[in-house]
Design a protein around this ligand. Structure first.
Ligand code: ASP
Length: 347
């Protein structure tokens, strides 16, 4: 029986580091990464391509659009059965989710991976993570469930849904968790064990927003989104400044990483109300775990007060992922009602 045909697209990151003058810098190509994994060719027929060679803080939506376009083109040609993307772990929770949005309804396995230990360290995890990612992309169970699973992230012998996974530690091998749902699968011996399917009720709404959108055109549109962390000590000067400026400092939307169940201090409400009348302002939870409240508190700056002033609730969506969703929606020229419809899938 012929082996599954898996494309490995490399973007750089710790997994691809080589020695620099005093530290490490990205340098290994996709071909070098896959050549260093013992037994990879027994699992799948590999095609390795380097799309970018950057540390992951330098990834952006344009690069993810490029990856999505290549995956779609491969699928249209019919010469690829599954995809693995390697990148830095600092931003994997954002980029994998963007890819999940861009490929909503795609229905084929796409697995994103990276490494916590660079290749110069003792026992680097990159080769094992690539092997696991290829195993997952080639797994009949993942192929069968691909539509429901969406894009997956694997590190540390664990599979996470892209919409759920977060980086919760700076250096440990078990840095990635899905705090709201737990992982969706495990990699054990040479097989994949799925332990649950993510709840992705938003996927039809995003798929219909993207239907008919040309990914190359989306690259040319910019709609920067500000993530404003709400704290006890910040008086909100930046929000005041944006509210007072004619061009909103160039921002197309704002995500407030609010306190608790979705709250901001009363002192910020005048600017928040001005901003919400001018551009999409979303409230997400800085806790990063659990849905926002909708009908409990009514004080100034509460979830009810924010809704009254036109701020849209991101529900259970993590603030970092919320920024990606909003920027993508704005690049698609989504209006306020459409954005609210997308967010309803995360309520
Ligand atoms: N700084 C690295 C990056 O995100 C970290 C990693 O890959 O683990 O590119």
């Amino acid at each position: 029986m012929s082996k599954p045909r898996i494309a490995v697209y490399a973007l750089g990151g710790t997994i691809a580091m080589v020695p620099g003058a005093t530290g490490v810098v990205p340098g290994l190509s996709a071909a070098q990464l896959t050549a260093a994994v013992p037994g990879l060719g027994d699992v799948a027929q590999i095609r390795a391509e380097t799309i970018a060679m950057v540390a992951s803080p330098n990834l952006d939506l344009d690069i993810v659009l490029e990856v999505a376009a290549r995956i779609r083109a491969d699928a249209a040609r019919g010469d690829t059965d599954g995809w693995v993307v390697t990148q830095g772990t600092d931003t994997i929770e954002e980029t994998a989710f963007l890819l999940d949005l861009l490929l909503a309804g795609f229905g084929r396995p796409v697995i994103v991976t990276g490494a916590m230990r660079n290749p110069m360290m003792v026992a680097p995890d990159g080769p094992a993570n690539i092997l696991n990612a290829v195993r997952a992309a080639a797994s009949p169970a993942v192929v069968r469930e691909a539509e429901a699973l969406g894009v997956l992230v694997t590190l540390n012998d664990t599979l996470h849904a892209a919409a759920e996974v977060v980086k919760a530690n700076t250096h440990r091998l078990d840095a990635f968790t899905s705090p709201q749902t737990g992982p969706v699968g495990l990699l054990i011996e040479d097989s994949v064990m799925l332990t649950g399917a993510p709840n992705r009720p938003w996927r039809d709404a995003i798929a219909s927003l993207l239907a008919g959108q040309d990914l190359a055109t989306l690259k040319t549109r910019k709609a920067p989104v500000l993530l404003a962390g709400i704290t006890v000590t910040d008086p909100g000067l930046l929000l005041d400044h944006i509210a007072a400026s004619d061009d909103r400092l160039g921002y197309g939307g704002i995500v407030l990483a609010g306190m608790g169940g979705g709250h901001v201090p009363a002192r910020m409400m005048a600017s928040v109300a001005t901003l919400a009348a001018a551009l999409p302002v979303l409230i997400a939870g800085r806790v990063g775990n659990g849905p926002l409240l909708t009908r409990t508190y009514e004080y100034a700056g509460s979830e009810m007060d924010l809704a009254r002033h036109g701020v849209l609730s991101a529900g259970r969506l993590h603030p970092l992922k919320c920024c990606g969703l909003l920027e993508l929606a704005l690049r698609c020229r989504a209006d306020r009602a459409t954005i609210a419809g997308l967010l309803a899938g995360f309520a």
